[in-house]
Unconditional design. Structure first.
Length: 142
């Protein structure tokens, strides 16, 4: 009887290990295989910020401005846009002017010498900028 219990415990342990490895492999596939990640580094003087975009599937995307190249968004250090699929921006002196359909919350621990100024656009303004951003002197990300 003790031998049977010992065998069952070993089989259970092996089963748990297999399940955990499987979950880890699925996570890695979703995060690094099935996810598109783009970033753009904006450098002004000795300071820089990253525009980051991460998407997978039909309705999952993250857009953020960060001082880190890390794939993951930290809402205490990054500007995080929940509902935007692209940003328009213009660089002037030590400031990045960001135009979007929404305003991201100012992260309390954002540490950069680069100033981020956001402007929310109405739907017609956004559409106009989407069509004419190059002629108006803006850049688009992504």
């Amino acid at each position: 009887m003790k031998k049977l219990i010992s065998i069952v415990r070993k089989i259970s342990l092996v089963g748990i290990i297999i399940v955990l490895v499987g979950i880890g492999m699925i996570y890695l596939f979703i995060e690094y295989g099935a996810t598109v990640f783009q970033h753009k580094k904006i450098t002004i003087g000795n300071s820089y910020v990253y525009l980051k975009y991460k998407a997978r599937g039909l309705n999952y995307d993250e857009l953020s401005i960060s001082t880190s190249k890390n794939r993951f968004v930290n809402t205490s250090t990054d500007y995080f846009y929940k509902f935007s699929y692209c940003l328009f921006y213009r660089i002037q002196n030590d400031t990045v002017f960001v135009y979007s359909g929404e305003i991201a919350n100012q992260p309390p621990k954002f540490k950069s010498k680069i100033i981020i100024i956001q402007k929310s656009l109405s739907n017609p303004e956004f559409t106009n900028l989407y069509v004419n951003f190059k002629t108006l002197g803006y850049e688009r990300f992504p």
